[in-house]
Design a protein around this ligand. Structure first.
Ligand code: IK2
Length: 417
């Protein structure tokens, strides 16, 4: 018998919805409302900051501090201390990473042990589960469920059942992962919902990994609240952020994890043993972006006001279009995605080879190949146990140029014919 040369942790984690559907969109040159990135440039002040960084001092081209460029950790600490209501130590409480993705990976590697259980709220950004598994832990799922009463029109109607959540906690439960505003649903957790989760974390001595990459994108008066700001939660929360989502520069891959020094110390160890250091010039530019935002926060000049204001119109227009063709949208309170119910569109799939696939996967492939519009199947954001219940939804990304949105809306209108 031949020897197994690969490690077991690499088994069962090779399939990836982003790799598959981004390639499909490119192969069919489809109008792309699939993967979550803007098809427009970051604001000019960010582009200028990057240009200045790369055309400046020699050290901008060399390694910087492994756990975060000093100018960036200093400004993140200043910026977020007042929001969290806790003095964040720039050198102890922050780790800068290669995007939020690596912050998540470092967190799971640092905090989850063999035999630990991690509660993941569904729908969830798909990498949480394989990252828990690679750390030796087991993912345990609790779905946000649409309220039973009446029409489901807003992401706010999707809620956690506190009893169901508590029933999943065992002595092995190490952490809960939440994502607010949520990808793909757009739910923005209310303070009382976060308080319920916080109470359980404290009662059962659990950590909370809070993915807040869309923190500046909220609509209709919804307010983003940091669970780390609730009493007793600073010590047990790792808050994950992304400059890519914050400044519309996903290709820069600058992210961070913020939390109490005793937890961040463990993330630093895993970071040190993987990427060690993040690109200097991108961190310098992000630092300048936050310094600017610190000065203008709350004014019309703030990008954190301008971006959601722009997206608000795109969101409304897309929702109107989806509704008009009978694809019932769930109105997102935050983020830049919208899910819609595809049950009303009857499709005669020609490809019989994929009959075993989830309905939404088949639908998205059909929409991309036959109609030229790329989206993402929502069951990809669910565990195998629950995915069947949610395969009637697909996700649209609306952080796109007006021309892209118009092209997509025209394809959608033609669907009705
Ligand atoms: N956390 C969440 C919730 C994210 O959505 C992302 C980026 N996702 O974009 C892919 C998509 O859903 O279309 C990340 C973390 C990763 O962020 P970063 O790009 O900073 O690594």
């Amino acid at each position: 018998m031949s020897r197994r040369l690969h490690a077991r942790r690499a088994e069962g984690v090779d399939k990836n919805v982003w790799v598959e559907f981004t390639k499909l969109a490119a192969d069919y040159k489809a109008v792309n409302l699939g993967q979550g990135f803007p098809d427009f440039s970051p604001p000019k002040f960010m582009q200028d900051a990057f240009c200045k960084a790369v055309s400046g001092r020699p050290m901008m081209h060399q390694y910087t501090r492994p756990f975060g460029h000093p100018r960036l950790v200093n400004t993140l600490s200043k910026f977020f201390s007042r929001i969290v209501g806790h003095e964040i130590d720039p050198f102890e409480d922050i780790l800068v990473t290669v995007g939020a993705y690596q912050a998540l990976f470092s967190a799971f590697q640092a905090l989850v042990d063999e035999g630990d259980e991690v509660i993941i709220v569904e729908p969830f950004f798909d990498c949480y589960q394989p990252m828990v598994k690679m750390a030796g832990g087991t993912a345990v799922y609790v779905p946000l469920r649409p309220k039973a009463d009446g029409a489901i029109l807003s992401s706010g109607d999707w809620v956690l059942n506190p009893e169901e959540l508590e029933s999943k906690i065992t002595p092995q439960t190490k952490a809960i992962v939440i994502n607010t505003p949520n990808n793909p649903l757009g739910k923005v957790y209310k303070t009382e919902e976060l308080q319920m989760i916080a109470d359980l974390c404290i009662k059962h001595d659990m950590l909370c990994i809070s993915d807040e990459v869309y923190e500046w994108l909220t609509y209709d008066g919804s307010k983003h609240v940091k669970i780390a700001s609730l009493p007793g939660m600073w010590e047990r929360t790792i808050t994950i952020g992304s400059a890519g989502k914050t400044f519309s520069a996903t290709g820069w891959k600058v992210g961070w994890a913020i939390g109490s020094g005793k937890n961040i110390k463990c993330l630093k160890a895993t970071h040190q043993m993987s990427v060690f250091d993040c690109p200097t010039a991108a961190q310098e530019a992000v630092a300048q972006g936050f310094e600017r935002e610190y000065e203008v926060l709350g004014t019309p000049e703030s990008y954190f006001k301008q971006l959601p204001a722009m997206l608000y119109h795109k969101r409304n227009k897309l929702a109107e279009c989806l509704q008009s063709v009978g694809l019932q949208p769930i109105m997102p309170e935050g983020g830049y995605f919208m899910i819609a119910d595809i049950s009303s569109v009857k499709v005669d799939f020609k490809d019989e080879s994929s009959e075993d696939e989830a309905y939404d996967f088949r639908f998205v492939k059909w929409l991309t190949k036959e109609k030229g519009l790329a989206t993402i199947p929502v069951s990809a954001f669910y565990s195998p146990e629950h995915s069947k219940q949610f395969d009637k939804y697909i996700r649209f990304c609306f952080v796109k140029e007006e021309s892209t949105m118009e092209a997509a809306e025209s394809i959608l209108r033609n669907l009705r014919q």
